[in-house]
Design a protein around this ligand. Structure first.
Ligand SMILES: Cc1cc2nc3c(=O)[nH]c(=O)nc-3n(C[C@H](O)[C@H](O)[C@H](O)COP(=O)(O)OP(=O)(O)OC[C@H]3O[C@@H](n4cnc5c(N)ncnc54)[C@H](O)[C@@H]3O)c2cc1C
Length: 582
């Protein structure tokens, strides 16, 4: 790689940590340190509640702070200005737009400044994979990603870790404009002057932010000029509850610990992992990838080298993509490429990738396209719809995960929600997780339920996933009367499942996507409702009753059957499970 040379004999480097809070395999840091005659080196990280999002839940903020702190410690005594916490709110698409804005401001205001941009967050740059590998078109399958990636080139091996950073030099912002020799030391005048003073308050993110909030410190070393990271309480957040420790050292320790078991690495199979197990059966490395404490290329190549050289013992099978570890990392890449290529990726309206269904609790928009119902809380009619259907928009799920998922990621979160809701990436809408049959596969005794719902601790295994079906005597023995100590189910699974599948079938037949004119003009929901009525002879949310006033379920084939009541306090669970299996 040839590095750009600056004209000036001595250069001052402002290094912006973004998604790579680490010293190993950091292409941008390596490029920055490859510059000649570095006179001062200002490492910096910026965070804000951009995009109208909250700063982050305490657990997310804590992890980011630890990531920053660990990076600081591993640079020994060199001070750091990693003062930010919070989310990386932008996916590649918006981040590239933001970068362009910043580069334009820098070019305009400081023509002598040279800007070097390097991506270290992906196996291969998603923009390059989409543009060079797939003609600019969206990538929504692993096969398509692999094909496109092959046109870009081999996934680079990780770069060696940086051992030491240069001294930051003067920390006064005015020094950016004045010769270093004219300044009075590290904690000199921190007031901005010169051309950058005019930029105070200019928001280069204005066209990609929902709110026009903009704060900035006027010293490189933070408000206290001591490089201290803000505490959670200073950010108005309660203490974190996660037991997961953040930071690069911890990330590498966990990677090492997982990969040291070569058999587990070479035979890893995601479908065989147990999402209900109390101890994680996957690597749990995603938060470290998200905050950039772990390089995805380090993870990929370390795993690949083990897999490629592994000699399976009798009875073992070396797994392949997509189910092996490499396949998991490639899924992440696929979502990044899809995010880069898709406008409005995290919502339905205007999103060409997402199919349109008439979900409950969807975002709503006024005639100018402004969102008018971003959140469902507090609306009686919404709660009513929630209780009736549970056919809830994936936008709501994404929103909850944005706030609470430690590994929340702007590409993987909406992507996985689109996948699971059959809005994109996956279309077998008739395959539905059974509330009983699915957890039974990996947790027969309900250990996870017993841990997190202690009311159910003594319910017999047989009824743990449908305690309302336990005989009264079993409920009494377990000191858990359903309807009193623990609620009845809100919905009848079978009835609602069949209703949802019927609606999905209609939506698939109509085939509208988020960017269709009907969606943009707000007519799509009515179109689907009318189509449903025409096909099924009733309204979408109308219950079908038989002659005796009992609810009747309707299968996609149109065959009607009497529904079993979800509120029944009797009936054997094993019969129910058998039915699910059939
Ligand atoms: C609705 C929904 C939303 C999700 N949102 C996110 C998210 O915001 N951020 C996130 O990292 N994961 C997300 N996931 C994926 C899921 O949480 C993964 O199981 C998680 O990455 C597990 O971490 P792990 O490190 O133990 O994974 P492992 O199984 O050990 O896999 C190794 C790595 O592969 C990648 N990976 C594995 N599965 C997925 C996947 N389904 N999608 C993308 N990358 C994957 C991750 O980087 C992970 O660290 C979501 C899944 C669902 C169903």
């Amino acid at each position: 790689m040839s590095l750009p040379k600056l004209n000036a004999p001595a250069v001052r480097v402002l290094y912006w940590f973004r998604t790579d809070l680490r010293l190993h395999d950091s292409p941008a840091l390596t490029a920055a340190l490859g510059l000649e005659n570095i006179e001062a080196f200002y490492p910096m990280a910026v965070s804000s509640s951009v995009d109208g999002r909250r700063l982050g839940e305490p657990d997310q903020a804590q992890l980011k702070a630890e990531a920053a702190r660990s990076e600081r410690i591993s640079r020994r005594s060199t001070p750091s200005s990693l003062e930010g916490m919070g989310n990386y709110a932008h996916g590649v698409r918006k981040a590239r737009q933001r970068d362009e804005n910043i580069i334009n401001v820098a070019k305009r205001e400081a023509p002598g400044m040279q800007i070097i941009v390097k991506d270290g967050h992906n196996l291969l740059d998603p923009e390059l994979v989409v543009k060079k590998g797939n003609g600019g078109k969206c990538i929504s399958t692993l096969v398509a990603w692999k094909k496109a990636a092959a046109k870009v080139g081999e996934i680079p091996r990780p770069l060696p870790a940086i051992r030491m950073l240069p001294d930051p030099g003067s920390l006064a912002l005015q020094s950016v404009n004045n010769p270093i020799s004219s300044l009075d030391g590290r904690n000199g005048n921190t007031k901005m002057d010169g051309p950058f003073a005019r930029l105070k308050g200019e928001n280069v993110n204005h066209d990609i932010m929902d709110k026009d909030r903009f704060d900035c410190f006027d010293s490189i070393s933070g408000p206290g000029q001591d490089f201290a990271l803000p505490t959670l309480s200073s950010l108005g957040l309660p203490e974190a509850t996660t037991s997961i420790l953040g930071g690069e050292a911890e990330a590498l320790r966990r990677l090492e610990a997982f990969l040291s078991d070569k058999t587990r690495t070479a035979t890893f199979s995601k479908p065989a992992s147990a999402p209900t197990s109390l101890e994680p059966s996957t690597t749990q490395l995603s938060p470290y990838l998200k905050f950039g404490c772990l390089s995805v290329r380090e993870f990929y190549w370390r795993a690949k080298d083990i897999i490629d050289s592994y000699k399976p013992k009798k009875g073992e099978t070396v797994t392949k993509e997509p189910e092996n570890l490499l396949g998991q990392l490639e899924f992440r890449e696929m979502y990044y490429c899809a995010e880069f290529a898709t406008p409005n990726y995290d919502r339905i309206r205007g999103n060409p990738l997402s199919k349109f269904m008439s979900w409950a609790l969807m975002n709503h928009y006024d005639e100018k396209g402004e969102m008018i119902m971003p959140r469902p809380q507090g609306k009686a009619q919404d709660e009513e719809r929630f209780l009736r259907w549970c056919y809830i928009s994936w936008e709501r799920g994404t929103e909850v995960f944005d706030e609470y998922l430690l590994d929340w990621d702007p590409a993987s979160n909406p992507g996985n929600w689109m996948w699971l809701s059959c809005s994109a990436f996956f279309s077998q809408y008739f395959r539905v997780y059974g509330l009983v049959s699915w957890p039974l596969k990996t947790d027969k005794t309900g250990a996870l339920v017993r841990k997190y719902c202690p009311e159910l601790r003594d319910i017999p295994d047989k009824y743990i996933y449908a305690p309302h079906l336990a005989p009264l005597v079993a409920q009494q023995k377990a000191k858990c009367i359903i309807g009193q100590d623990y609620p009845f189910p809100m919905l009848d699974e079978k009835t609602e499942k069949e209703r949802c599948i019927a609606r999905l079938k209609i939506a698939f037949q109509v085939g509208l996507r988020g960017n269709a004119t009907e969606v943009m003009t707000g007519k799509a929901e009515d179109i689907l409702k009318q189509k449903f009525k025409h096909a099924m002879g009733r309204e979408e949310d109308e219950d079908v009753l038989d002659g005796g006033g009992n609810k009747v379920t309707e299968s996609p084939s149109g065959k009607r059957k009497a529904a079993s009541s979800g509120h029944s306090a009797s009936g054997p669970l094993d019969a129910f499970v058998k039915r699910q299996k059939q």
